[in-house]
Write a protein that binds this ligand. Structure first.
Ligand code: COA
Length: 255
């Protein structure tokens, strides 16, 4: 397979990128992020591709976050590098992509998984999707742009609630908050995403790319830099050790 942990195919000028690590609820480990980098870049460079759908394999998860096992022993420097590399190589490329990218949220979209959906241009969710940024329960904060993109999308008050409680919200609550554009039945998720991308594909590709650049221009870069710095610092705290140990031991953390 060309891309590790991804299933990739084209359907009527739309590239489907499916994150395929079902047994770990499609959690983003290093090889998956590297493959996503390549797959998105390839799709953007392919003239026949007019839009991208990003979704998760299986019936349970879009993406349940960054791979906690992989960063369990990281220190502040490694934590900061993790956020910086991920943002530069994957999340920023998606955010600034010249072609429209739709996240088809087919289940859990948590932590880095929700951040991945947030980096996309449009989000659709199934009725049973659950969304959240649970990083504070690991002694961390979102590190892939979530503090910035969620705030821009739903406003400071709702973003604070979602980030500070770490609680999951339902698809309907996400719709009310403006976090997703539509909520549909599972069978309608990909058809709805395809329909939207086909509408966009009928417009001027040059104008679509220009519109994406203009809409994106409003987000201040220093917010992302602060997030990376703060995310890194969390790794040197006892709370992080306790949060990650609790996850690995399948118990509640005691902060
Ligand atoms: N990183 C690494 N492994 C993960 C993971 C993640 N973010 N999310 C899930 N997994 C793994 C689990 O450890 C489990 O592996 P195992 O079978 O080897 O024990 C497998 O995926 C299935 O998950 P499980 O927890 O058994 O499923 P569940 O239905 O009981 O719970 C969730 C689903 C999403 C509520 C739960 O997996 C969860 O809380 N995941 C972490 C979410 C998170 O904190 N994400 C942010 C990371 S920054």
């Amino acid at each position: 397979m060309k891309y590790q942990n991804l299933l990739v195919h084209d359907e009527s000028q739309i590239r489907h990128i499916v994150i395929n690590r079902v047994e770990k609820l499609n959690a983003l480990n290093k090889p998956t992020l590297a493959a996503l980098h390549e797959a998105v870049k390839d799709a953007l460079a392919e003239p026949n591709v007019r839009g991208i759908i990003l979704t998760g394999a299986g019936e349970k998860a879009f993406v349940a976050g960054a791979d906690i096992v992989e960063f369990a022993t990281f220190n502040a420097v490694q934590g900061r590098e993790l956020a910086q590399e991920g943002q530069t190589n994957v999340f920023d490329i998606i955010h600034h992509a010249s072609k429209p990218i739709v996240a088809a949220i087919n289940g859990y979209a948590l932590g880095g998984g929700l951040e991945l959906a947030l980096a996309c241009h449009i989000r659709l969710a199934t009725t049973y999707a659950k969304l959240g940024l649970p990083e504070v329960s690991l002694g961390l904060i979102p590190g892939y742009g979530g503090t910035q993109r969620l705030t821009q999308l739903v406003g400071r008050g709702k973003a604070m609630e979602i980030i500070l409680t770490g609680d999951m919200i339902s698809a309907d609550e996400a719709l009310r908050a403006g976090l997703v554009n539509y909520v549909v039945e599972p069978a309608d998720l990909l058809p709805k995403a395809t329909h939207m991308l086909q509408r966009i594909a009928s417009r001027s590709p040059n104008a679509i790319a220009a519109a994406i650049r203009a809409v994106n221009a409003g987000l201040a870069q220093h917010g992302f830099e602060t997030e990376i710095k703060e995310f890194g610092k969390c790794f040197d705290t006892p709370d992080f050790k306790e949060g990650v140990s609790a996850f690995l031991e399948k118990r509640k953390p005691n902060f």
